[in-house]
Design a protein around this ligand. Structure first.
Ligand code: GLU
Length: 468
């Protein structure tokens, strides 16, 4: 097998809104590089000054760091490479690979109108393209030209797309691409080629909205003596309604998911499956994903975002998380909700109790309120309404038994069992009033565990207020 040092890149344009689908385009090249012990590079394609923003760059970089998509090189900003692009434009002019074109906007528009009228595909007609024996029009005065690439005439561009299979585009379809504007600034497709060459990119894994750019990029690359990388064009990610994902139709940004209490590993697992599969594996570790990742298993049809599945995965990850780590991730949320996690039971214990039933960290934090909000100050009326007179003797016995029991789940469970037997009542008849007395709610996890976490002293104090 031919040895190849794999180098991939994620090359986002930092324009507008960065959603989960965008980050999937980072995940696959990252995984491919890691699987092959290669390099993964972040390149920020920020030459569209009007639409690029630092805010979008920050969201991309933070999102990648949050998901653990580590970089070997970058971020490299295209705006910092403008001199390099200009240098190559000059070389191409000098070597005859490119030429100045003085056709004005108006002339171009006129040409386009004529072509449209005769049902032809609008394209530049090569007026300024130098050819042996051809006389070019006189250079107009005071006009700064664009620079065009001399696209090959005849033949076709063929590549074997790792996702889409073989693609062939006739060179007749491609006109001479503008590689530099009249002010000398390089154009998008040109910068991509120079970067992919200079950065020795071996595999370009990107969204299939770039398929149309690929033949142009391959032609320029070949003209410059480069050999094209492997291309893998990923099908789009659709939202849950089957439309293209965008802010307008409700997509959430990566930051939104972070704030909503999703775990990065759950998101990574979810994104991995959004267009790639390994047998029927649904829940897997990051290491497994990297071990299994290959381009052959990328899906060919658009993937659809499924919020319920993401929530389900998040639940799986929360359930299997180490409580210490989970507590550390939940604490800031609890603080934001106004809880003082130092004033009350050990937070790790609280999280351990709640994690099995929670889908998000927000839900854990909500549940934690039981233990950190002040004890309820029940009025006589509230007690009367919520705790049946008939259960009072049992409750009284329970408080006494609890105060002398070992502070363990088992011991408390035994206390409950004994009181239920003595009074011939069922668990809910006793547990509901206990919950109400402790928290002014009947919704809590298993009561014996709740007593352990709340602490015997505090529990007895709250219960005694009700039974006296
Ligand atoms: N900057 C392009 C985008 O954000 C990606 C270009 C590429 O991957 O070649 O869609």
């Amino acid at each position: 097998m031919r040895f190849m040092h794999i180098r991939t890149r994620f090359a986002p344009s930092p324009t507008g809104f960065i959603h989960l689908g965008n980050l999937r385009s980072a995940l696959y090249p990252w995984a491919f590089a890691r699987h092959n012990k290669g390099d993964f590079i972040l390149r920020i394609e920020d030459t569209d000054l009007e639409r690029s923003s630092q805010e979008a760059v920050d969201v991309i970089i933070e999102g990648m760091a949050w998901l653990g998509l580590d970089l070997d090189e970058g971020p490299i900003y295209q705006m910092q490479r403008i001199d390099r692009y200009r240098e190559v434009v000059k070389q191409m002019l000098d070597s005859g690979l490119a030429y100045p074109c003085y056709m004005s906007e108006e002339e171009l528009n006129k040409l386009r109108d004529q072509q449209m009228a005769s049902k032809e595909k609008p394209r530049y007609n090569g007026l300024w393209r130098p050819e042996p024996g051809k006389t070019l029009p006189p250079v107009p005065e005071g006009v700064s030209p664009v620079i065009r690439f001399k696209n090959p005439i005849g033949g076709s561009v063929i590549w074997n797309d790792a996702v889409k299979g073989q693609i062939e585009i006739s060179n007749d379809e491609l006109d001479d691409l503008v590689i530099a504007r009249p002010d000398g600034t390089p154009t998008y497709n040109f910068c991509v080629v120079i970067d992919d060459m200079d950065m020795n990119i071996t595999h370009v894994i990107r969204g299939d909205d770039h398929v149309n750019n690929t033949p142009r990029q391959i032609n320029i690359m070949k003209a410059l003596g480069g050999s094209p990388p492997v291309y893998a064009h990923l099908p789009t990610v659709l939202n849950d309604a089957g439309e293209k994902m965008s802010k307008r139709n409700g997509a959430m940004s990566v930051r939104d998911y972070q704030r909503a209490g999703y775990l990065p590993d759950a998101i990574l697992n979810y994104l991995a499956r959004l267009g790639w599969s390994h047998g029927d594996a649904e829940v897997f570790t990051k290491e497994q994903f990297v071990n299994w990742f290959d381009l052959e298993s990328l899906g060919r049809s658009p993937a659809q975002h499924n919020p319920e599945k993401l929530l389900w995965l998040n639940h799986q990850y929360i359930q299997n998380s180490d409580p210490v780590k989970l507590a550390a991730a939940t604490k800031p949320i609890a603080h934001e909700m106004g809880m003082d996690t130092e004033a009350g039971p050990d937070f790790v214990q609280v999280v351990s109790l709640l994690k099995d039933r929670a889908n998000t960290l927000i839900e854990i934090a909500e549940g934690a309120k039981l233990f950190y909000l002040p004890a309820p100050n029940l009025t006589a009326d509230q007690i009367k309404e919520n705790i049946a007179e008939a259960v009072m003797p049992a409750l009284k016995d329970l408080v006494e038994a609890i105060s002398t029991a070992e502070p363990t789940k088992e011991a408390y469970a035994a206390v409950f069992k004994q009181i239920l037997a003595k009074y011939q009542i069922k668990m809910p008849a006793l547990a509901m009033p206990v919950r109400y007395a402790l928290f002014a709610t009947t919704q809590t996890p298993a009561i014996d565990s709740v007593l352990v976490v709340l602490g015997k002293e505090e529990a007895v104090k709250r219960l005694s207020k009700v039974v006296q």
